[in-house]
Design a protein around this ligand. Sequence first.
Ligand code: FAD
Ligand code: 2HG
Ligand code: ZN
Length: 462
Amino acid sequence: MPGDAPLLERLRAICGDAAVLTGGDMAAYATDWRGMFHGRPLCVLRPAGTEEVARCVAACAEAGTAIVPQGGNTGLAGGATPDESGTEVILALDRMTAIRRIDPVGMTVEVEAGTILQTVQDAVRNENRLLPISLAAEGSARIGGLIATNAGGVDVLRYGMTRALVLGLEVVLPDGQILSRLRHLRKDNAGYDLKQLFIGTEGTLGIVTAAVLRLVPLPRHRATALIAVPDIASAIALYARAQNEIGEALSAFELISGAGLDLISEHMGQTAPVHADWVLLIEAGSSLPGLREAAEKLLEAAFEEGWATDGVLAESGAQADALWQLRESLTEAEGKAGGAIKHDISVPIPGMDAFLQEAGAMLRDVAPEARLNVFGHLGDGNLHYNVMNVAKEDAARVNAALHDMVAAHHGSISAEHGLGQYRVAEWARLAGAVEHDLTHRIKDALDPAGLMNPGKVVPTRG
Ligand code: FAD
Ligand code: 2HG
Ligand code: ZN
């Protein structure tokens, strides 16, 4: 590829030969976690620090070459996969893994963007602190990717999305300048909060190279329960009671379907101690005593009210972990069963029951052959409405009908996974003119040449 040689030579000079991958060495970076999106990158760059990232970005900008940032490559919207042109560079942060500073008093941690979430969680746990982002991909997802997608997970109802935990950021801008705002501050109203431009924008405005994250005290007591409920209305009634009875201690309120439990048993060999059409996995944590008694009282009330038909309250940490293992296996089990069209939707919680009933009726009409794997973060109003076994010719109609229904319920078609390339067209279809215009104006202001992760999040102008 002689025309590309000068850029590749410059990149090798910046990062070193071994950090510029080509040919077969790029395979693991060129396809997403699900094996759904496949790209053909020009090369994969693995810079060792912020200065190297900045010099690489500047060199690519000069050459007019597009960059696709990549963290752990666990994203579910195809945001980290390049197109098939053979001209885009993947910039992987996976060599930037330093935990620079843990401050257990100020309750902050400063890390490089390539650090794996679980590594940070383990490091702060040694200081009796918790980084409250929790998701099944935490052994692979990296801090920069979590920030770039504003990841959610199972602790959002108590601690908020990743955005709520980001105190400071260091970012390489599309022209190679470094924005350094690594503040360990909870309060900072001096001017525009520029870091927000890079949180949840999926690498389309810059590359996150380091971050300061907020920590919380590690709860000493934990209560975890798996509960069978007769229907969604009961689950929501139980959620409201849980908010009243255990309030701020409630950290997770997850829904799993009986069909999901069947997938786990069939493909992962794991059997749940409770089985019904719908089950809830509920967790609370506190540093104060009395949590278990409060959880028992809540369960008693649930049985009395008829909101629960069966259930277990974990007797040990190991039993609680085993219950979580079921929840965290759902995505993998679904993949082993042939995969699904994923709909990462949210609607206001009081409308969830009606939404599910309408969606079920629509599906029976549009794609009667479909099987459902619905699960997720009921306490956040966010469910993964995953539709399996859909005939290829029905897929677009299923997506459009479901997303129209989400819009009618004043919901979101991407609650936590982002748009990437998977949902950008649907966003474009449903967003208003002002949203389109403002999105393009922000993109143009920061990345006028359109070289940062093109084709993702921001629809191509028609
Ligand atoms: P990648 O996949 O590498 O990248 C994701 C996006 O961020 C891409 O657009 C990429 O270009 C951009 N990006 C990556 N790094 C940077 C950077 N340093 N600077 C700028 N842009 C960057 N998500 C949830 O929200 N909640 C869940 O509960 C959840 N559970 C999951 C469970 C499984 C089994 C799997 C496979 C995924 C799950 N996800 C979940 C999705 C995924 O883990 C998250 O989106 C995660 O934040 C992606 O992190 P990553 O490092 O893998 O990013
Ligand atoms: C989860 O909640 C993730 O486990 C993945 O967001 C959802 O696989 C999915 O659709
Ligand atoms: Zn989720």
